[in-house]
Design a protein around this ligand. Structure first.
Ligand code: SF4
Length: 268
């Protein structure tokens, strides 16, 4: 019998690599363990993504940066911020980021897709996921991912992002068009970093994704057979434990990284 294709999203693969225990708590444990509260940086990221989606839904000749404050007001949320003053400060920062971004050349085109679900069989996997934006530039697809965090991006971030590479493969298949470029657009700095993949760099990402998918499938099968969850989904303590939504129920994670305030990871 041919082997069944494993269906994965880049987020699932990343979660497994970060920490198998966190993967199990996120996708397999039912009822799901209690999660921590909202993080201000996640709230801000979601707001900015929603505003940009709404903004780019209009055709280029009807888009006006002056409309952005209205969209920001519509989508704004204050979850996770320290207080009203901090929320207000970041709301005005987001307004500035959005205004500056909307006037850049990268914001002038007409996207082919916004928050589009794409999917493709690639080797032993079916890769799928939701892409922030897909542009068509001179007949070539470009996968665009927005970032709003503290990390200042480099070209290596675009080159090494497995999520972007897998999205590109899935977007080419779903939209049946060629493309090689992936881009990260960092709103707080206005920085755009890009990478042009070729067959070999995509194949390397695909092989790595297949290895990870095989590991997590084997662990899930063992769990179904009643194996010890901690043996097959061990904790992988590290810096990420500070923001893990399951740290309250994970002694190893609490010992590995300090508690953070929900607003500590906002871009400075
Ligand atoms: S706190 Fe750390 S070790 Fe524990 S589940 Fe979360 S990421 Fe894994």
């Amino acid at each position: 019998m041919p082997k069944e294709l494993v269906r994965v999203t880049p987020a699932r693969l990343q979660r497994w690599e970060d920490c198998p225990r966190r993967y199990r708590a996120t996708y397999l444990d039912r009822p799901a363990p209690a999660r921590g509260g909202a993080w201000a940086h996640s709230t801000l990221g979601a707001v900015v993504h929603n505003v940009l989606r709404a903004y780019f839904e209009s055709p280029p000749d009807q888009r006006d940066p002056e409309d952005l404050p209205v969209l920001l007001r519509r989508y704004w949320k204050g979850d996770g911020f320290r207080d009203r003053e901090q929320a207000a400060e970041y709301r005005s920062r987001a307004a500035k980021w959005l205004d500056e971004y909307a006037r850049r050349p990268e914001a002038a085109g007409e996207p082919v897709a916004l928050e589009r679900w794409v999917s493709a069989p690639t080797g032993a996997l079916i890769v799928e996921g939701r892409v922030d934006r897909i542009d068509d530039r001179d007949g070539q697809l470009v996968v665009v991912d927005y970032k709003t965090g503290r990390h200042v991006l480099t070209t290596e971030d675009a080159r090494d992002s497995r999520a972007l590479a897998l999205y590109l493969m899935a977007a080419r298949r779903t939209l049946r068009r060629p493309g090689s470029r992936v881009e990260l657009h960092h709103l707080p700095t206005g920085r755009v970093v890009a990478w042009d993949h070729d067959a070999e760099t995509l194949a390397e990402h695909r092989r790595h994704a297949e290895r990870i998918a095989e590991e997590l499938s084997a662990a899930a099968s063992a769990l179904d057979r009643g194996a010890d969850p901690d043996e097959h989904f061990p904790p992988r303590p590290g810096r990420g434990c500070s923001v893990c939504e399951f740290r309250r129920s994970c002694p190893e994670g609490r010992a590995a990284a300090p508690d953070l305030e929900p607003w500590d990871l906002l871009a400075p």
